[in-house]
Write a protein that binds this ligand. Structure first.
Ligand code: CTP
Ligand code: MG
Length: 239
């Protein structure tokens, strides 16, 4: 009898890419937003702590501005003891370039890649676990929330062209989880064709591969403007 029969296939390695190389123009101020303190700890350290705590994540690659690689290694990764961080690489001009730099720094042998914005520090290990489990069953998964407002599609004069059925609209967040080879192929295709998307799912959608939404939490906000920092503090304070 084959001793492997009935044995479960071992689950593969799951890499997380954390793009943190933005300039935070909408936030303004002297310090880029991913390093601003949130209840006494940098935004990026909150984000990395969720990945450190989620058992499904095996490796983390951090993508930062090239002048901040050393500071990140010392003041964030070493300081807080983030043992899953395998690499700290320099980002690029667009978010998509930063994710690509992280992706190509990974060797082969990964089953899934999780992409998550450094600027979403309220992500929980529980949502990461759910998203990875769902991706194992379905392929590509985007954490999202149902849209609360009615959305208008307008022309360049501001005239409403369409009011899409709100019941089918979702606001995409991160984490977004993909089979490793699908995300790599999607990034290569986008670069070849000069396409820039605002999230990674858009690149995978262009391959014609299905991408599924998974309902997350409205608390998983992206720190974008100063008000978001206050909101994040109040949410964290309540947890
Ligand atoms: N990001 C990145 N590389 C870039 C641009 C953005 O790694 N060239 C990262 C940001 O650091 C952030 C995430 O992508 O964690 C989402 O981007 P966004 O919220 O737009 O951040 P910024 O681009 O920094 O902010 P802004 O657009 O206001 O300048
Ligand atoms: Mg930006």
């Amino acid at each position: 009898m084959n001793p492997a029969m009935g044995a479960k296939a071992p689950l593969g390695r799951v890499a997380a890419i954390i793009p943190a190389a933005g300039q935070g123009k909408r936030m303004g101020g002297g310090t880029v937003k991913q390093f601003l303190p949130l209840l006494g700890k940098p935004v990026l350290a909150h984000t990395l702590a969720a990945f450190e705590a989620a058992a499904c994540i095996t490796d983390v690659v951090l993508v930062v501005g090239d002048e901040l690689v050393d500071a990140c290694r010392n003041d964030i990764v070493a300081q807080y003891g983030f043992h899953k961080v395998r690499g700290i690489v320099a980002g690029g001009r667009e978010r998509q370039d930063s994710v690509f730099n992280g992706l190509r720094s990974l060797g082969p042998g990964y089953e899934l890649v999780v992409v998550h914005d450094a600027a979403r520090p309220l992500i929980t290990p529980a949502v990461l676990e759910r998203a990875v489990a769902e991706a194992r069953g379905r392929g590509s998964v985007v954490v999202a929330v149902p849209v609360k407002d009615t959305i208008k599609l307008v022309d360049d004069q501001g005239a409403v062209r369409e009011t899409p059925d709100r019941g089918r609209l979702w606001a995409a967040q991160t984490p977004q989880v993909f089979p490793f080879e699908a995300l790599l192929e999607a990034h290569h295709k986008a670069r070849r064709e000069g396409f820039i998307g605002t999230d990674d799912a858009a690149l995978v959608e262009r391959l014609g591969r299905p991408v599924y939404v998974l309902e997350g939490s409205p608390e998983n906000i992206k720190i974008t403007t100063p008000e978001d920092l206050l909101l994040a503090e109040s949410i964290l304070g309540r947890r």
